[in-house]
Design a binder for this molecule. Structure first.
Ligand SMILES: Nc1ncnc2c1ncn2[C@@H]1O[C@H](COP(=O)(O)OP(=O)(O)O)[C@@H](O)[C@H]1O
Ligand SMILES: [Mg+2]
Length: 368
């Protein structure tokens, strides 16, 4: 039988780039064939950031849906061309899209991803599966996080309690107990890069603090840190999920009102410590048998990784590279896998994670 491939497309809350992968799956095994990251053009990125911050009108949202769809399609086409893989051997694309708003609570819960899947299907000639979150929401779940089912499939081990820690704009963790009778737990812990990125951009015009260098020049202000840590989200029980609608520059400004004398680098350092502390405090367990495997762009922030390491027993923090998957590509691979689940008629959510009434086949299918 000839090899079949799946293409995954993901852009998270950082809104930095579309991460694209071409993979194949066998039993419990994953093979990576090609990957690339296609940064958003500056203008599109700033329009997307604006849409998230200030409520965009329907015209702006419609245009962004189209432009983002075109950008996702371009990432897919560039990846296919660079890989040399025959297009006809690609089963489908799984596209997460770009989240504009995630509001899983309240009287009318919703989660909105844009990046028109019809455009992706048309421009690539490939079946495209998208809109993964809304079925889980319709079934009473958070619609997030959706990656834990994939983490379970690829990373669960009977010999080791594992925590997969994704350090995107938001941090989400998946708890994979070695004991097969224990449920998988997964939730968003709060900010990973979202706040340090927002503050860095506001103060320096750079989208992120390269390797945490700027934060290193500052000192943690314990009073501010305690204030930040008092946000109710951090003690809310799971299931829970969050996004930039909560943890953003306005959130920082509100907390800074009493601290207007504080040097900007101290604020940066304190925001980084908030990410570290909130993650560590919400780890479900710290058994001697536990290993924490980090992934996502935050693994490139040396200071973030150092501080996480300090809060854990020696050797407990690793990256997913040690269990076979480059930390940069875990999320897009998850969406390739979720597309496959959909086309196989298999569930993509874990009710123990999202709180949905049951397991559901996720997504909408846009035929080739
Ligand atoms: N060299 C680096 N130094 C510091 N932070 C980095 C570096 N590389 C990436 N990042 C962080 O990772 C983020 C992107 O991570 P990503 O996993 O793509 O997140 P998301 O899923 O939210 O898009 C950037 O916005 C930045 O905060
Ligand atoms: Mg990203």
């Amino acid at each position: 039988m000839s090899q079949s491939y799946w293409l995954g497309l993901m852009s998270g809350t950082s809104m930095d780039a579309v991460d694209a992968v071409l993979v194949s799956f066998a039993d419990q095994q994953l093979d990576m064939h090609a990957s690339l990251s296609l940064p958003y053009p500056e203008q599109l990125r700033s329009r997307l950031l604006n849409a998230v911050r200030n409520h965009a009108d329907p015209d702006e949202l419609g245009e962004l849906d189209t432009l983002t769809g075109q950008h996702f399609a371009q990432a897919a086409n560039e990846l296919i061309d660079a890989s040399g893989i025959d297009r006809s051997s690609i089963e489908a694309i799984g596209s997460h899209g770009q989240t504009i708003r995630h509001q899983p609570a309240g009287s009318a819960p919703f989660s909105m991803q844009i990046g028109c899947p019809a455009i992706i299907a048309e421009a690539t000639g490939l079946c495209t599966v998208a809109d993964f979150r809304r079925r889980d929401l319709a079934a009473g779940g958070q619609g997030a996080p959706l990656v834990p089912a994939f983490h379970q499939w690829l990373f669960r081990s009977p010999n080791q309690d594992r925590c997969i820690l994704n350090l995107g704009g938001i941090a989400n963790l998946t708890w994979l107990p070695a004991d097969i009778h224990q449920p998988v737990i997964g939730f968003d812990t709060g900010p990973a890069n979202a706040l340090v990125d927002a503050w860095c951009f506001d103060q320096t015009g750079k989208h992120y603090d390269q390797n945490g260098q700027w934060a290193r020049e500052g000192q943690v202000n314990t009073e501010l840190l305690e204030d930040l840590q008092s946000d109710a989200y951090f003690v809310k029980p799971a299931p829970k999920s969050t996004g930039k609608e909560r943890f953003n520059l306005d959130w920082i400004s509100t907390h800074l009102q009493r601290f207007d004398e504080l040097p900007a680098e101290d604020v940066q350092r304190t925001l980084l410590q908030l990410s570290v502390n909130s993650i560590l405090q919400q780890l479900p367990e710290r058994s001697g048998n536990l290993a924490v495997y980090a992934c996502g762009g935050g693994t490139f922030n040396a200071l973030l990784m150092e501080e996480l390491e300090k809060g854990l027993p020696a050797g407990m923090l690793k990256t997913t590279a040690e269990i076979g998957l480059d930390p940069q590509w875990v999320e897009p691979v998850a969406f390739a896998w979720l597309a496959r689940q959909t086309l196989l008629g298999l569930p993509g959510n874990l009710p123990s994670v999202t709180g949905a009434r049951g397991a559901r086949v996720l997504g909408a299918i846009y035929p080739a």
